[in-house]
Design a protein. Structure first.
Length: 374
């Protein structure tokens, strides 16, 4: 697992993702919807077409599928306005993606079937075949659907690498200036340990959180399981992969067991854990540690020593460089997409319906299951 710098500099996701629903998103989405409406109302060719990009339709089904996959299991988007706002954001993302795909096609950017196969193999790797098929079914996808999504994602990545990332650079002067503006962020009050863990509990858990949905439900089963996992680590298996597949801590398992940075003072309450961690070199793994919550195996990912970290520290320089690169990428990507959008013929029929209705269009009803439809 790559060590994540603790320094409080903000990263940026490469995805053209939409935000989770909330009051702030509602205002932004409705404002965007108002801007999307032309002077004269345009009627969709069929009711289920929610937008068009240069004549290519984006359907309600595509938005609904993305919506279902992005909500956490059993969660709810809130009221109808928040629900619709979330879908408007998803639709806007799909419009941007279609614009990028069209431009990539004009620029002769493509991906091979082998590249698609490799990416799908990566997606399959944490699961058995039955588990993988269930994941697809839960998201309303078939394997051909997934191949299309993967191919589109790879094409967009190639396009942005060529048109955006290749234009971005960060100078030493910019790094120094950022450090001076944010010097206090690189002052660590006390030594902190970047830890990851595998946890196995001796009782049934309502929410396991691991990819295999694997849960030890008795003390004897928990002891057998943690010993088997420790043996896998000793044989060379990747700690993050084992944690993601089998750890029973729902907070850390999805991130490969990553617990973040733990202050030295927080270890004082668990002398056994403190002793085990202090004996490790970075990258090392403890033996099995038993506590009141269950059995733990802990890995030391990194150490941040107390005090002011100077710009000469390679970790400081690297963290600042990544942050500045991400900020520039975010700005250039937003401008690039808007520039392409100016040249495209985009009609957002869903946005038109929202504005004409003064909010939620008639017929937008909540289903008992939490799913909605127009």
């Amino acid at each position: 697992m790559k060590m994540i710098s603790k320094f409080r500099v903000f990263g940026y996701s490469r995805k053209l993702g939409c935000r989770t629903p909330g009051a702030g998103v509602l205002g932004a989405a409705l404002f965007a919807a108002a801007l999307a409406v032309t002077c004269s109302h345009q009627t969709p060719p069929v009711p289920d077409v929610w937008a068009e990009v240069d004549g290519k339709p984006i359907t309600r089904q595509e938005v609904e599928r993305q919506y279902r996959s992005r909500l956490n299991a059993g969660s709810d988007a809130g009221n109808r306005e928040q629900e619709l706002s979330f879908k408007l954001n998803i639709l806007d993302e799909l419009i941007s993606n279609q614009i990028l795909l069209d431009h990539a096609s004009h620029s002769k950017i493509a991906v091979s079937e082998a590249e698609v196969d490799d990416r799908i193999a990566q997606l399959r790797s944490p699961y058995t075949e039955a588990e993988f098929q269930k994941k697809l079914a839960d998201q309303g996808l078939t394997l051909p659907d997934l191949r299309t999504q993967v191919r589109d994602s790879l094409i967009i990545t190639k396009l942005t690498n060529k048109e955006i990332d290749s234009r971005i650079s960060v100078t030493d002067d910019e790094i120094k200036a950022y450090y001076e503006r944010n010097k206090s962020n690189f002052n660590v009050p006390e030594t902190e340990y970047h830890l990851a863990q595998i946890l196995v509990t001796p009782a049934a858990d309502k929410q396991v959180g691991n990819l295999k949905s694997d849960d030890a439900i008795t003390p004897a089963a928990a002891q057998r399981k943690i010993q088997a996992l420790y043996a896998r680590l000793r044989s060379g298996e990747d700690f993050a992969t084992v944690a993601g597949n089998y750890s029973e801590d729902p907070r850390t398992a999805p991130g490969g067991g990553d617990m973040g940075f733990i202050p030295a003072s927080a270890l004082e309450s668990n002398p056994q854990l403190k002793k085990a961690v202090l004996a490790l070199q970075v990258g090392g793994v403890t033996g099995i540690i038993q506590t009141g919550t269950g059995f733990h195996i802990v890995k030391l990912l990194g150490i941040e020593t107390a005090g002011q970290h100077d710009i000469s520290d390679p970790q400081v320089e690297s963290a600042i460089r990544r942050t500045l690169m991400n900020e520039k990428e975010q700005l250039l990507k937003a401008a690039y997409i808007e520039d392409l959008r100016n040249r495209a013929r985009v009609v957002n029929y869903l946005a038109q319906q929202v504005v004409q209705a003064g909010g939620v269009p008639p017929g937008f009803k909540r289903r008992p299951s939490g799913r909605q439809r127009l």
